[in-house]
Write a protein that binds this ligand. Sequence first.
Ligand SMILES: CC(C)(CNC(=O)c1ccc(Oc2ccccc2)cc1)c1ccc2c(N)nc(N)nc2n1
Length: 328
Amino acid sequence: MDRLTAEARISELREQIEHHNRLYYIEDRPEITDQEYDQLMRELQNLEDLFPDMVTPDSPTQRVGGAPLAAFEKVVHHTPMLSLGNAFGEEELRDFDRRVRQAVGNQEVRYVCELKIDGLAISLHYENGIFVRGATRGDGQVGEDITQNLRTIRSIPLRLKRPLTLEVRGEAYMPRPAFEKLNKEREERGEALFANPRNSAAGSLRQLDPKIAASRQLDTFIYAIGDLQGIAVESHSEGLELLESLGFKVNQERRTFDSIEDVISFVNSWVEKRPQLSYDIDGIVIKVDSYSQQAELGFTAKSPRWAVAYKFPAEEAVTVLRGIEVSV
Ligand SMILES: CC(C)(CNC(=O)c1ccc(Oc2ccccc2)cc1)c1ccc2c(N)nc(N)nc2n1
């Protein structure tokens, strides 16, 4: 095959593979079988083996990186990764609403409610649409460079739909079925089990060998734009739509409400619905939607005044001590 034909076929295969990747890992509605997908990947791999100079970092064949690292480098976040203040009851949500309305005067306030995924906070940096670096939250200012491991997560796009330079935040997590399968395998091998999906996601992303992370079926939900050059969006919900249009996986259970009472009903509905999800959540995040109102509210030393995390009561941890059941 001559170079020109190879080049055309390589970009056609990449486009098809990325399309089916999105359908399978982000929209959860595959259109082709795994065998057909593997065949596309094999054809691309063969062509890249024949023409190595045509390999680019955003090629789907470049997800499972090279050799294990000796250690993780440190990364300074462009904008700090802030934490969330907590609310543990309905009254605290009403207090939050009163503080918000006090600060913004008698304007209408719209809230965005998002599931709080029980995983590991991550930051992803893109230059001209190409994934160049991913990091853990660390202390909010400095995290660890886990780019090689994050590249193995299929719901993280290696190239965006538009050549934007931006930094996004989200959660890396392990779906419960993958967690149960992993622990079953570890039990058969006589290895220590992970206590919960969050620990297994954290443990997987802390592996220096990307082949181990690649074997762990991790997933992501992106929930915030950090640095965004040159695109004007007016609200958080618009920002999430933009993230989705760029190719990120954004959780579909988010809702907007114009009153804190509706927020409270939404929060209560998730206390029951939580077990139906295929992943763990530890609460609901409520954010003021308007960016201009967020700016009016500002930040405390470590978290925004325009957001709060409603935390669910910890799962009833029952420990059997000498045959007596006690709840802790
Ligand atoms: C709201 C924010 C804290 C993200 N936002 C930021 O980290 C952030 C960071 C700098 C910002 O602006 C600054 C820029 C420079 C200096 C200081 C602040 C604004 C937001 C957050 C944190 C955890 C979340 C979580 N677990 N689940 C969901 N669903 N949403 C979450 N949202």
